[in-house]
Design a binder for this molecule. Structure first.
Ligand code: NZQ
Ligand code: ZN
Length: 382
């Protein structure tokens, strides 16, 4: 371990079959609770029924309609409701979008100004309403981290901000059985790329973080075909769910250099075209690896050798084989790997480049991915 670091993660995980019932004992009594939901998948898969059953006797109101890539426009309605009802606790039930939206609601109920100000300037966040979650989609790690990503539909913008952690999160793998195949694929990709963004930087900072990250990626590669064959395989979905939580809760990031360029470029593609988060990442990471190959050389070689068992050829050939193996993995789970497959072309690339130049954006582990390098990366994704 070369670098000093501090680590704290206060979220209590409650994992396994039938655990939604534990809401009854984990939620604080005598609070006015806001229960937040997405578009209604919970009504089809029995999750809503289980939550209602556990909440018998609690004082609560519901807010419905937090959409994928939650918008500040929708969240303002929940914030108004929360203020009106004097809410003192929030329970998010759904995917990462519902939990992320809830993080903004929790920060904005006690705030007098507009919620978007908190996304742009999280230092303005003061008191927060405590919250917990029931997660139904393994992907974001939002159930055990303090990040949230909020969109502004009017401005076609999407930004991450950091607030606070859920007090507890319930993860029942059986809730994932109803997920569409595309969402599962995007969840696997998001998880895999969360690990990569914390791993694919420099070597020899921490043997343990490296092995831990490689372990999560290898587990995902093993699980993907099992899940494809049978998405109601409890054991496989349970492992996947834990991979997603462990990939972005700080446990693989202790004392290591992180990247996150792929995420921030991906967010722009979602903001402009509404493409699902995991799908954008799959495309962009391949471009990032190609364009940043020299800078990331040692780590790409280690990644290829340890995760895909690539040991033959020159360094250049091994790096190319590693990028190809990654692409093959993403294709095997059913995702597109090129912008052109989604009918996204040069116009979008120019818009993103200009946005980054205007914002003076500097991404990547060395802060050397600016608007121009982003353009190169996206051209490599065509
Ligand atoms: O809205 P409902 O009807 O619930 O349907 C959702 C939604 O349409 C559906 N779904 C969720 N659980 C289901 C289900 N359908 C059937 N069965 C279930 N069990 O899936 C759709 C997508 O849900 P969403 O919550 O949007 O997906 P995800 O969890 O992938 O979240 C994506 C958002 O999280 C952000 C992304 O940018 C994006 O906005 N991220 C958040 C992060 C964080 N908080 O740390 C990090 C990530 O990198 C990511 O950026
Ligand atoms: Zn992500």
């Amino acid at each position: 371990m070369k670098n000093n670091f501090e680590f704290k993660n206060p979220t209590q995980l409650i994992f396994g079959k039938g655990t939604i019932a534990q809401l009854a004992k984990e939620l604080p009594k005598n609070e006015k609770i806001l229960v937040t939901y997405g578009g209604g998948s919970v009504k089809q898969n029995g999750v809503y029924e289980q939550v209602c059953h556990a909440l018998k006797g609690f004082n609560y109101v519901e807010f419905w309609g937090i959409e994928p890539n939650p918008t500040v426009e929708t969240l303002r309605k929940a914030i108004d409701l929360g203020k009106r009802e004097n809410i003192t606790y929030i329970l998010a039930v759904g995917g990462g979008s519902v939990i992320d939206g809830t993080k903004l609601i929790s920060s904005a109920i006690p705030y007098d100004g507009d919620a978007w100000e908190l996304v742009l300037k999280p230092s303005k966040i003061g008191k927060m309403i405590p919250f917990a979650s029931v997660i139904t989609l393994p992907a974001t790690g939002s159930e055990m981290n303090c990040g949230a990503v909020i969109s502004n539909a009017e401005k076609q913008e999407k930004y991450a901000f950091y607030s606070s952690y859920p007090q507890f999160s319930i993860l029942d793998p059986a809730t994932t059985f109803s997920l569409p195949d595309f969402q599962i694929a995007c969840g696997i990709a998001d998880t895999f790329i969360h690990v990569l963004e914390q791993y694919l930087t420099v070597t020899e900072e921490s043997a343990l973080m490296d092995r831990w990250s490689e372990g999560i990626m290898q587990t995902l590669i093993e699980l993907a075909p099992q899940i494809k064959t049978n998405k109601t395989n409890y054991e496989a979905m349970a492992e996947f769910m834990l991979c997603a939580t462990m990939a972005l809760n700080g446990f693989t990031a202790m004392g290591v250099t992180e990247d996150w360029a792929t995420h921030l470029i991906g967010h722009e593609i979602t903001a402009l075209h509404g493409i699902t988060h995991g799908q954008t990442l799959v495309i962009v990471i391949l471009g990032t690896m190609k364009v940043m190959k020299e800078q990331k050389k040692e780590k790409i070689l280690q990644f290829g050798a340890r995760v895909f068992h690539i040991s033959e050829g020159t360094e250049e050939q091994r790096m190319d084989k590693t990028i190809a193996a990654c692409e093959q993995f993403f294709r095997s789970i059913g995702l597109a790997t090129k912008l052109s497959e989604l009918n996204i072309g040069k116009e979008t690339i120019t818009t993103i480049k200009e946005r980054f130049i205007k914002r003076n954006t500097r991404l990547g582990e060395r802060g050397n991915i600016d608007g121009n390098v982003t353009e190169e990366i996206l051209i490599a994704c065509l």
